[in-house]
Design a protein. Structure first.
Ligand code: PGA
Length: 250
């Protein structure tokens, strides 16, 4: 069975001490045992937050990016092996901010996904359309293409290690959330695609998260959808009690 996951994407926010305080406050909060919690933290925080979550039940740390090469002359970049070496198990890849501001495309992200997997990391693969695409009614075709390009050349074993996050770009950081029906439609479509590529059992076991202005107030209705297995949460994950409300909605 697939996991219920509440993943926080802290982006380029928090200094180390308030980041640690935030992680600690979530760890100490009331939360259900069946929910996996993942903190996607800035690179400078990884080892520190990893040390905090290491012995916690069902709580993990994620990097927000990695390079596609194994190592080498890539000033400023971080290798998947370096992330794995400090015990971190997840990496967010293909976030729309990486696509928009750093020119990442599906081909590049596909390479990053492969390198992450080769180093034992679980990719949290982000996909999602921008507003004009949604308005043109071609959102399903676009997201299908993103998923196919980046993920469907993986072996079944590797694909099983991937978490998918559907994040409509028009909903990220805007306060506008996809309706539960819009989220469900896309998540259902993604699961159908996975069934087509890898079969029913893999599709049933794949966690598909929704991201884009998830908050305490809207989490329950999104998570009530049969194909929404959790959230990738930006702004609301920076506040422990808000994030705990989201966690408890799963
Ligand atoms: P948001 O960000 O929750 O602040 O909209 C989500 C994300 O970018 O992962």
């Amino acid at each position: 069975m697939r996991r219920k996951i509440a993943a926080g994407n802290w982006k380029m926010n928090t200094q180390i001490q308030n980041g640690l305080d935030l992680a600690q406050a979530v760890l100490e909060g009331e939360r259900p045992n069946h929910v996996h919690i993942i903190f996607g933290v800035p690179a400078t925080h990884l080892a520190h937050v990893q040390a905090v979550v290491r012995n916690a039940n069902q709580v993990f740390c994620a990097a927000q990016n990695c390079h596609q090469a194994e190592s080498g002359a890539y000033t400023g970049e971080i290798a998947a092996s370096m992330i794995a070496a400090i015990g971190v198990q997840y990496v967010i890849l293909g976030h729309s901010e990486r696509r928009d501001y750093f020119g990442e495309n599906d081909q590049l992200i596909a390479k990053k996904v492969k390198t992450a997997l080769a180093n034992g990391l679980h990719p949290i693969y982000c996909c999602g359309e921008k507003l004009p695409v949604r308005e043109a009614g071609t959102h399903i075709a676009l997201v299908s293409e993103q998923i196919e390009e980046a993920l469907f050349s993986l072996s079944e074993d590797d694909f099983r290690k991937v978490i998918i996050a559907y994040e409509p770009v028009w909903a990220i950081g805007t306060g506008v959330t996809a309706s539960p029906e819009q989220a469900q439609e896309m998540h259902y479509t993604i699961r159908q695609m996975i069934t087509g590529a890898y079969g029913q059992s893999v599709a049933n076991d794949t966690s598909i998260l929704y991201g884009g202005s998830v908050k305490g107030a809207n989490a329950a209705e999104l998570f009530a959808q049969p194909d929404v297995d959790g959230g990738l949460v930006g702004g609301a994950a920076l506040n422990a009690s808000e994030f705990l409300t989201i966690i408890n909605a799963l």
